[in-house]
Design a protein around this ligand. Sequence first.
Ligand code: ACO
Length: 396
Amino acid sequence: GIDISKLIATTGLSSYDQGFVNTSSTKSAITFIDGDQGILRHRGYPIEELAAQKTYLDVVYLLVYGELPNSSELEAFDAKLRQHSMVHPNMVKFFETFEPSAHPMAILSSAVSVLSTFYNDSTDPRDPEQIELSTIRLLAKLPVLTAYTYKSLVGESLVNPDSNLSLVENFLSMTFGHLGQDYAANPVLTKALDTLLLLHADHEQNCSTSTVRLVGSSQANLFASISSGINALSGPLHGGANEAVLDMLNFIHESGDSVQKYVERVKNKEDGIRLMGFGHRVYKSFDPRAKIVKAHADEVLRELGVSDPLLDIAKELEAAALADSYFVERKLYPNVDFYTGVIYKAMGFPARMFTPLFAVGRLPGWIAHWREQNADSTTRIGRPQQVYTGPAKRSI
Ligand code: ACO
């Protein structure tokens, strides 16, 4: 590619690239994507191998520190996260103040912003020790804050983290412990959630990660940058798509209309509707994560003994779209979020919790990118240009 900044400096040229379709904002050694071939690799390892052989925690370590951990490194990392999982008692009160109708993504981004006020000994972006401490604190506490968010949403008392449990077990126990079932000990659930978190762990310069980098480029601290990333993720064209997919499947189910009729409405751009969970800025072929999630959806529903008509509608929609020239010509394939909602629903999560789950999964990617940028002495503050379209000079 062309180094635009050099070109501009030497020629005075400028470029207009709405939505940054063709502009690289950074160099990065974390994640490689080939959208035409449906390839995704973290630090060189294919996502398929990582999903089949490694856990979410392995991948968190890989993204943040650059290499897969050996068993003693993983053990030490796990122990550190357990040690830092408790949240300041005054911070817990915060969760009593929200309206039950509040969207959990708004609660989560606020909670992460507030975290920095309780842990302000780890907010200096120029101090490597503080960066490391805020990294561990965020990784350990975001799942806890997400479980608290769930509890405040359903109006139940908050459950403290238990350092005897792993990150994923703890999360399930803190959310569903009240159901009287030992959710944390259900290997099907823990494995499925672990895999979903792993599949969301990073995806290079997507909207939320670019947001984290842009905010971080002003030397805002990690908490502030991650809180901004959560807000960027909340939109239905990004992380909010998993919730929107379930709304769409429910709508089709309840309307009693055929899948084909819905597809026709999408093609006619009726009310601007899109097939949620379809299409991707980068993948113009199958999203490799979607293939893995689809296989899991069948397995999880079977093992949980859940039969969900929404899964059948999802499969029918996918088949109808893949056979339709509208979607084929535009290279629209299912993305990672097309089937995740069906799995989360089978696990018992309300739809509004789907995007917070995405945030927990994506956190290591955001952190890895923030740290990579922060460690690069050539980083400059992000400051895009614009093409001015307002009035020429005029007088009052
Ligand atoms: N359903 C129907 N048509 C679509 C869809 C869709 N899901 N996505 C794109 N198109 C059409 C557009 O209408 C447009 O057609 P046109 O040329 O006739 O106007 C063409 O495909 C190109 O669409 P763009 O919006 O230019 O594609 P872009 O790369 O900007 O958008 C995006 C990518 C936002 C993911 C888009 O495909 C979309 O809205 N998908 C649905 C939401 C979704 O699932 N988001 C999750 C993304 S993955 C993630 O964040 C984890």
